[in-house]
Design a protein around this ligand. Sequence first.
Ligand SMILES: O=C(O)C1=C[C@@H](OP(=O)(O)O)[C@@H](O)[C@H](O)C1
Ligand SMILES: C=C(OP(=O)(O)O)C(=O)O
Length: 409
Amino acid sequence: MRGTAQVPASKSESNRALIIRALAGAGELHNLSDANDTQLMQRLLLDPTAAEFNAEDAGTVMRFLTAYLVMTGRQTELTGTARMQERPIRVLVDALRELGARIEYQGQEGYPPLQLLGRTPAPATEESADFTELKVRGDISSQYISALLMVGPTLPHGLRIWLTGKVGSRPYIRMTLALMQHFGAVCRDLGEVLEVRPQAYTPTDYTVEGDWSAASYWYAVVALAPDGSHLTLPTLRRYSWQGDQAIVGIMAHLGVHTEFLADEQVRLSKTAVGSGFSQDFTDCPDLAQTVAVVAAALGVPVLMTGLESLRIKETDRIAALQTELAKFGGFLTDEGDERFRVSSTGFRVNGQSVATYHDHRMAMAFAPLALLGPLTIEDPKVVRKSYPQFWRELEKAGFNTDPAPAPVF
Ligand SMILES: O=C(O)C1=C[C@@H](OP(=O)(O)O)[C@@H](O)[C@H](O)C1
Ligand SMILES: C=C(OP(=O)(O)O)C(=O)O
């Protein structure tokens, strides 16, 4: 294994930059992601008169657009796939209602689809109030908090959010604040409290970094490749806003060494694996599948915590991992108290077929196992959500895929 693999641009950064640019009115965005989640966000933001918006299976699109559309006074319906209609949104809807938004549930209370009916300005806050205040729980999805923060500068008194509960995916909140600041917003992260001053965004240019969550699949490839393998990934920064850069430290336990080169490149090389470790995924839930598969394949025991949010993503990722790993001799055992242990006995790849449950990360997390033997990935098009060129890049790296990857768009 030698060479260079292209990762897509970060869909998380792209989708924030698109919302903030829409609020700023202008600004050039470079290296936007070709992920369906980002292409979709771009198309929907360009459609000012649509009577219905479909966020498909994109959590950021659903949550960010709910706040953006309703707070900019749009009256429209916002829906998504069958799975999106099972992903909760009540925390965000309740918070927006407190800000004067009129939102109705079209189906089940607490879930999309939503009817957005515009906004009646909230009762005049006292003159002395320096911020409009909200209490928001942080233990279901950080996307609600990012969605609220991004519209914060447009509110007459700005916004002060008190976070309650165990806050998950916090690096994504920091990324939101960092991008807002890049576009001239004045905000402060005080831990439990987040503050945004009322102030127009400044039109600014931004170049999106490569996607560290997508990079994790190349870490998996190097971890499972023969000794002496190495791989270069362009567009990844040493100082990243993405919490999934945590893959650098995690994969050091699984035999991948990272070197940051000049010109925003990282070089991965294969080294010795460690004897086992514990890892909390609260800050980086999207890495859990990659790590579980590699650890099981290498026979490195891992105690995984912080997986709570995995149950409400594209699929129940804990159940999906348990079912699919078992086909190979891998286990993700629930030890109670939200602790899960990865283990394996006689892990073998010999033609199994992996179900992907409409989840791009199931497909990409299991694909690197092809280094150990042949396997089938069902419904390979799922990768279009975040990494449409994934199969093509694997072919370029020397994997044989049948059928050969076709353009996914
Ligand atoms: O804000 C974002 O861009 C994201 C936040 C995370 O979701 P949660 O906050 O729901 O954990 C992550 O899993 C998702 O892929 C992208
Ligand atoms: C959970 C994910 O995305 P979202 O929540 O934005 O649909 C993901 O990309 O793994």
